[in-house]
Design a binder for this molecule. Structure first.
Ligand SMILES: Cc1cc2nc3c(=O)[nH]c(=O)nc-3n(C[C@H](O)[C@H](O)[C@H](O)COP(=O)(O)OP(=O)(O)OC[C@H]3O[C@@H](n4cnc5c(N)ncnc54)[C@H](O)[C@@H]3O)c2cc1C
Length: 324
């Protein structure tokens, strides 16, 4: 059995979720008695490959081509189809990023197979892998087993596995040059821009302080911003806060916002509706502050403070300032 992890990089910087996927693949490989391999796509990605060569992997594929310099679904799918044909992995795992969501169904479909998305866990059974995925916005989980011939494709949800559990080791580097022609690539990525100067990628944040309707008024958001500043955290929110225009939509966490997996997620005045939980329950440590001891957020919280946020938060700000 062989497992290939497709790491994601952009402009020479890793997407943090790639390491979570790598850690997952290493664990799964260990449980079925094999060693994982990894691939990085791009142009001029030797340095990234070198970093991967220091991990417990059998092989690192440097998949390089000038048409992979910038991401396009056509070039990525073409390159990966060729790599899969050569390496013949049984399982191919991807981080569940926006980019992967864009091209993974295309590869799977072009090979006449399917992809399992949103994987949050696994177990080894009879030498094969059973994957656990979320359904209905995280309300229920479901076990999935592939019954078709390999390759089996799956994307792993943010925060489901821990990046700091990637095992060190040493791996051979193998260069792989796919054949891609300009005429195969039907889109041209133009210059990247952020929609607004305040645009933020919460999926990359290590610490997040999120505010909900318990904050009562727009003017009070500055209190939570002060806490985020004192902690060096990104500010996020539940949907009503963004719907009201108190914070921009890009800061919304949940089923219709971003899915995050920081080291710590602090939910302040957030009840814990399922649509919010689905976006943050993969966080490593969850802290909840809510005046209602029965708020559902406490069911997923590792640490809970039952209290009035207008009393608790100023004290936390002082404590963080002192600790610094
Ligand atoms: C299709 C669909 C998609 C959705 N997508 C999302 C999504 O992406 N993200 C999202 O967040 N929601 C989403 N929602 C909305 C979701 O169902 C909830 O309505 C929302 O998450 C509730 O936000 P909240 O917890 O901030 O507010 P509330 O549910 O009103 O909770 C406020 C909480 O603050 C507490 N509180 C009040 N005062 C204080 C105080 N002084 N100190 C401490 N605690 C206090 C209360 O006890 C309460 O628990 C979606 C809904 C639908 C139908």
């Amino acid at each position: 059995m062989s497992i290939l992890v497709v790491m994601e990089q952009r402009g020479g910087a890793w997407n943090r979720m790639s390491w979570e996927t790598l850690a997952a693949a290493q664990q799964m490989a260990g449980e079925v008695g094999t060693t994982a391999t990894a691939a990085v796509l791009g142009q001029g990605v030797e340095a990234l490959g070198g970093e991967l060569a220091g991990k417990r992997l059998e092989r690192v594929y440097l998949v390089e081509h000038e048409l992979l310099q910038e991401y396009t679904p056509d070039a990525y799918a073409a390159a990966l189809r060729q790599l899969v044909a050569q390496a013949k992995p049984d399982y191919v795992f991807f981080p569940h990023t926006y980019q992967v969501r864009d091209f993974l169904p295309k590869i799977a479909t072009s090979l006449g197979t399917v992809a399992v998305s949103d994987v949050v866990g696994h177990r080894a059974e009879g030498g094969a892998l059973v994957l656990v995925r979320q359904l209905f916005q995280g309300k229920v989980n479901s076990d999935v087993k592939f019954v078709s011939p390999a390759p089996h494709f799956a994307s792993l949800q943010a925060g489901a596995y821990r990046a700091d559990q990637v095992a060190e080791g040493s791996a051979a580097i193998e260069k792989f040059t796919p054949e891609i022609s300009v005429k195969d690539v039907r889109t041209k990525p133009l210059e990247r821009f952020r929609e607004s100067a305040r645009a933020v990628d919460l999926t990359a944040a290590e610490l997040i302080v999120a505010v909900g309707r318990g904050i009562k008024e727009a003017d009070n958001i500055s209190l939570i911003q002060d806490l985020a500043n004192a902690m060096g955290a990104e500010l996020a929110a539940s949907r009503p806060i963004c719907d009201a225009g108190w914070l921009p939509m890009e800061r919304q966490v949940g089923s219709s916002g971003q899915t995050v997996g920081p080291k710590m997620y602090m939910a302040i005045g957030i009840s814990g509706a399922i649509q919010h939980l689905v976006g943050m329950k993969g966080s490593r440590v969850i802290v909840a502050i809510n005046k209602d001891p029965n708020a559902p957020i406490f069911e997923v919280a590792d640490y809970g403070i039952v209290g009035d946020l207008f009393q608790v938060v100023p004290e936390l700000i002082e404590a963080f300032k002192k600790a610094k």
